[in-house]
Each structure stands twice: as C-alpha cells, then as structure tokens.
Design a binder for this molecule. Structure first.
Ligand code: IPE
Ligand code: IPE
Ligand code: MG
Length: 249
C-alpha cells in the first residue's frame, strides 16, 4: 500500500474524516454468478482490502466497516461458520500488512459469542497496531447500534448515574474517542441502516449505490467522495449562517 505520486489529493475539508460502510450484496453477487453465497464473502474481503487502500490514498483518517451484525447470527449455520473462519483467517493473514502501513486496527461489538481463537487474534492485532497513526480501520463484528447504546447506558448505570446527559452517553459508546462518521456508504441497493451506528450516524451524509459489495472499486469510491463534496452540511442552521469555507457550490 503506497500513495501514488499521480493521485490528486483534494484539500482536507473536502475529504470526510470518517467513512462508515455497510458492505452489502455479497450473497447476491455470488448468486448472479451461480456460485454459493460464501464465494461472495470471500470476494468481499478483497473489496475491503481495496477500500482500505483507497481511504489510505485519499488520507481518510477513520474507516469503519460493518462486517457482521447482531442479527446476522440468524443466517444458516454454514454461512455463519464460514464468516467466522474468514474473519479469523483475515486476522491471521492481513494484520501484518496493516501494521507495516501504520494502520491501527480496532474491532467493535460484543465479543462474547466469538471463539477463543478469534478473541485472542483480535486482542493481538489491536495491541500490535495500537500506536499506528496513519489511519484507523474499525471492524464492526457482532455489532448492533442498539447493543452499543445499551452497553453505554448499562456502564453509566453501573457507575451509579441516575440521569444521563447526551455527552455521558456519547462518551460511553464504541468509538467515543473518534469523530462521528461524516460519510455513510451502503452498497447493494438497500436504503436502510440495518442497526449500524444509530447514535453516531445522526449527521452523517448518506450515499447509496446499487453496486454489489464485491464490485465496489476505486471508481465507485471516487463517486462517493465526489457526492460528499457537493453536500452542504448545515447541522440545523441555514445556508446563510454557514462560514464561507463550508459552503459548497
Ligand atoms: C453482506 O452481504 C455481508 C454480510 C452481511 C456478512 P450479504 O451476505 O448480506 O449479501 P446479500 O445482501 O445477501 O446479497
Ligand atoms: C447489514 O447487512 C450487515 C452487514 C453488512 C454486516 P444485511 O444484509 O445483514 O442487512 P439486512 O438484513 O438486509 O437489513
Ligand atoms: Mg445483505
């Protein structure tokens, strides 16, 4: 992974600091090719590797991807098992590359249902890469937005809180130490949030594409960034109130 000299890097304000992605459409991609669904997941991992490279090149600081939701345990056992194997093998094979590229890896979600081996590899990867500074890649696995809010509330209750403020809750969510997503991309044509980061997505710009996740490449990534550049982020204010530099053509 290197930054190509010819790459045009837009000015900082045009680049989302944090991109969150629902990598959807693996099963349909495989089905279209008359292959078992799991082939789509395998190909989806390649697409993720490519996305990390795209974000790295564009100097996106934080990338958070939804790999497995709380609800995905409802899938057929063979598919769940395959996804767990793929997760473990990616942790075994890809972490060195992340480390060498100064990328910090984090995993968010409920770890109670993962195998001991997966938990150990997550721990190892997080420890190895914790001081890396070029970019942070977060994998949401056995993650649900509702789960995230509840675990934050329960932490606050355990600490004796009887009344919770917005900043209390925000400070106890997963990823409380990084900015909320600026851009949320979902592939695969569905226009829903599927229990991803519910609280953190309050002011994210949404970008939906029909492209199935295994086909999501640099061109699609650039389309998403170009769409983001045209958004005017008002946060409740009027256009006229915004500072000049925030107004987009
Ligand atoms: C997303 O692709 C990957 C996971 C949920 C793990 P899907 O497996 O949901 O693919 P489709 O939506 O069935 O095509
Ligand atoms: C969302 O995709 C979760 C992940 C991509 C990991 P799903 O395919 O599970 O979402 P639904 O079920 O169509 O809403
Ligand atoms: Mg899906």
């Amino acid at each position: 992974m290197t930054i190509s000299a010819t790459q045009k890097i837009p000015s900082y304000s045009e680049i989302p600091e944090h991109i969150a992605v629902i990598m959807d459409g693996n099963g349909r991609w495989a089905k279209q090719k008359h292959l078992p669904r799991v082939f789509g997941h395998k190909k989806g991992l390649d697409a993720l590797e490519n996305l990390v490279r795209c974000c790295f090149d564009a100097q996106v600081k934080y990338l958070t991807v939804f790999a497995f939701s709380t609800e995905n345990w409802r899938r057929p056992l063979e598919e769940v098992n395959f996804l767990m194997e793929l997760f473990l093998s990616a942790l075994q094979k890809k972490v060195t590359l992340l480390y060498k590229n100064n990328i910090c890896l984090r995993v968010i979600g409920d770890r109670n249902r993962f195998s001991k081996s997966i938990c150990e590899h997550i721990q190892k990867a997080e420890t190895l890469t914790q001081n890396n500074t070029a970019m942070t890649l977060t994998i949401a696995a056995d993650y649900g937005g509702k789960w995230d809010i509840l675990q934050a509330v329960n932490k606050l209750l355990a600490a004796g809180k009887t009344e919770i403020t917005e900043s209390d809750l925000a400070a106890n969510l997963m990823l409380s130490d990084i900015p909320d997503p600026d851009l949320y991309i979902r592939t695969g044509g569905e226009k829903r949030i599927s229990n991803f980061m519910l609280w953190q997505m309050a002011y994210a710009e949404f970008y939906f594409t029909d492209i199935l996740w295994p086909d999501f490449g640099r061109e699609e990534f650039d389309n998403a960034l170009n769409s983001f550049k045209k958004r005017e982020r008002r946060y409740g204010r009027t256009s006229e109130q915004l500072p000049i530099e925030q107004q987009r053509p």
